[in-house]
Design a protein around this ligand. Sequence first.
Ligand code: DX5
Ligand code: ZN
Length: 223
Amino acid sequence: MAHPLRIAPSLLAADFAHLADEIRSVEAAGADWLHLDVMDGHFVPNLTFGPPVVAAMNRVATLPLDVHLMITDPWQYADAFLDAGADLLTFHVEVEEGGDVAALLRHIRARGAKAGLSVQPDTPVERLAPYVAELDLVLVMSVFAGFGGQKFMPEVLPKVGRLRELGFAGEVSMDGGIGPGTIAQSRAAGTNVFVAGTAVFGAADRTSRIAELREHAAAGASA
Ligand code: DX5
Ligand code: ZN
């Protein structure tokens, strides 16, 4: 159950006019996964990019693409993102009235990708209980989905322990407001994948920042 510590820079904070350079930059700086935030202007009040841009990033990237769908209808678009090169595909449990969640998770896995579900800060992780057997990853939002640069919400931290009590043994990712000042507490709570947009892309030296994140996470693990 000990999953590797992974730093996943969120391209939401990258310069969209230079995506190829931004991807190469964080790959050279020591990132583990590339986190891609897909927003539909409906599930969240913001729009980002769709499958063609993910496919373009996939042509440049060598690291796994961790695609976070903040969209109301993942059933309609999952295949397009898998075709585009998503290695992990995560959608939100809050859309569950729109279709068969377990069937979509199984479909993602059948296509050779890792399947994930995410929970907003005000959604209890107990909503994931029916799907634990179909999940490779749970993405715990530590801000309300929609925008980068928001303040970390420490009240979500106990969710990681509750997920383990539900029997979930896969990878746990935390997303929103993760930086040198918040990563240790997230690691201490049991998170192993750390999504960081502003903290990585906003750093003058991205290599040092990713190293700093790893050091603070390690301190949290041994705390
Ligand atoms: C928010 C996104 C996050 C966001 C994180 O909806 O899911 O991935 O980009 O950005 P920071 O690290 O700036 O909070
Ligand atoms: Zn995200």
